[in-house]
Design a protein around this ligand. Structure first.
Ligand SMILES: Cc1cc2nc3c(=O)[nH]c(=O)nc-3n(C[C@H](O)[C@H](O)[C@H](O)COP(=O)(O)O)c2cc1C
Length: 184
């Protein structure tokens, strides 16, 4: 199956929104943060439940403490700002789906505004609890990640054992009318 990589496509600016892990130190202006929050606010959710809250974190000390939770997210200490996503926890499956949509909006929005973003998962129940303590999030709410935002310094992954870049070709992923059937 041919890959459609029309560079003039309206989709081109967001086709390869990638995970940014190295940032310039310059602050993210309030108007950029506000635009991203507005974009996040309008995310669709199951039954339009909007089960989310956002915490804009600029405090270096708090970011350093979150970065220290586990090595795969230590890069986040170098970002100027993060938006932590908090969910009400009432419907875990919907929460997880809505959280993914929110995250993608934040990463895509940041890219379109000339910034970049990267998600950092706290790392499971013990780390989530510690992150909630650092951010003052009530115990009964769900918090699993913070989406970092800033001007990209590099697109490379500074971690020694990070995953490879690139994606599977569409020929491996897509069928037509019935699973496994090629385009006719
Ligand atoms: C659920 C989820 C959890 C992730 N957790 C981390 C993480 O803890 N640390 C990190 O550096 N990247 C994390 N990532 C980013 C992935 O590594 C990244 O999306 C993937 O490698 C593709 O990167 P690319 O778009 O830059 O090619 C996570 C992504 C997802 C969807």
């Amino acid at each position: 199956m041919p890959q459609s990589r029309d560079r003039s496509s309206a989709l081109e600016p967001i086709r390869r929104v990638s995970q940014i892990r190295e940032y310039e130190p310059e602050p993210v202006p309030d108007d950029v943060v506000d635009q991203l929050l507005e974009l996040a606010r309008w995310t669709g959710s199951a039954k339009n439940g909007q089960p989310w809250r956002f915490i804009v974190v600029r405090d270096k000390d708090r970011l350093k403490k979150i970065a220290a939770l586990r090595p795969p997210i230590n890069w986040l200490a170098g970002a100027p700002l993060g938006i932590a996503i908090v969910l009400d926890g009432a419907e875990p499956m919907f929460d997880a789906y809505d959280e993914g949509r929110l995250t993608e909006r934040l990463l895509t929005g940041a890219t379109l505004l000339g910034y970049g973003g990267g998600t950092a998962w706290f790392g499971g129940p013990t780390h989530d609890a510690e992150a909630k303590r650092i951010l003052g999030i009530p115990k009964d709410l769900t918090a699993r990640q913070i989406v970092m935002i800033g001007r990209p310094k590099s697109r490379s992954d500074p971690r020694p054992t990070g995953p490879s870049r690139g994606r599977k070709p569409l020929s491996e992923l897509v069928s037509f009318d019935r699973f496994g059937e090629p385009r006719r």
